[in-house]
Ligand binder design. Structure first.
Ligand SMILES: [Mg+2]
Length: 246
């Protein structure tokens, strides 16, 4: 009886980021999240200005505001999640997009499996996928486990490795990835997810660490000078990843 190598599922795996990727930034969910995270900082006894500064600082330093809140303010991540992502009126803000559903349906599942990879907590991820009517198209969801101490998140290498382990894929070059955050795409490339794509809706507004910003056209470069493919419509994946579509 042999098990390991030859029984390994050798299909490719595509990992989709969820927020501002499987739905457009024009739904302004990031703005509403920003408002709630700011209010959370203020509820810790900070002034508006201190709250904005710290939020920015933690976001820059840790990639996640929550990580700074845990380390320096002993915040319970579950409470944070309930008051921030959990309180968003997503059912009123999002609706299924038939083009995105069709895109996922057109991925040839004999060649490629479809997963989601998010820095959000599982409840938020599942809720968004359900509202978008995409849950049945996604085999598995890799999300941040707030119960785990020092849980990994994008763009930390450990999180992409956790994703590979959960999806049961050993070869990083088999992982395809699309995300609206450049640093997350950069992190993926660093662990060998060479077919990563940056989804960038140029001109739309988003929010990073409570600062509103317009998504710009400027192409960031990787340290080694490599350019990452940029798309402004998920449908362009059909061209970039021709081999996985029917
Ligand atoms: Mg995103």
């Amino acid at each position: 009886m042999t098990m390991p190598e030859d029984t390994q599922d050798d299909r490719l795996v595509v990992f989709f980021d969820i927020d501002n990727t499987l739905y457009s930034a024009n739904h302004k969910i990031a703005q509403e999240m920003g408002v709630r995270i700011h209010a959370y900082f203020v509820s810790l006894g900070l002034s508006d200005e201190e709250a904005a500064d710290l939020h920015s600082q933690y976001y820059t330093q840790y990639g996640l505001a929550l990580r700074g809140l845990q380390r320096h303010h002993d915040v319970d991540p579950i409470d944070f999640n309930e008051k921030c992502d959990g309180s968003l009126p997503l059912e009123e803000m999002l609706k299924p997009n038939p083009r995105v559903r069709q895109l996922l349906q057109d991925i040839d599942r004999s060649k490629c499996r479809v997963w989601a990879l998010t820095n959000a907590y599982r409840t938020h991820a599942e809720r968004v996928l359900k509202i978008l009517g995409l849950r049945d198209q996604i085999e598995g969801v890799v999300s941040c486990d707030y119960h785990e101490e020092n849980f990994p998140s994008k763009p930390q290498p450990a999180f992409y490795l956790k994703a590979m382990q959960q999806a049961g894929v050993r070869d990083p070059s088999k992982c395809l990835f699309v995300d609206d955050s450049f640093s997350n795409v950069e992190g993926a490339k660093r662990v060998g997810w060479i077919r990563s794509v940056h989804f960038r809706e140029v001109g739309l507004e988003t929010v990073e660490a409570s600062h509103a910003m317009r998504i710009s056209q400027d192409q960031e470069k990787l340290l080694n000078g490599d350019e990452i493919p940029v798309i402004d419509d998920l449908q362009q994946l059909r061209e970039l990843w021709q081999d996985i579509f029917v």
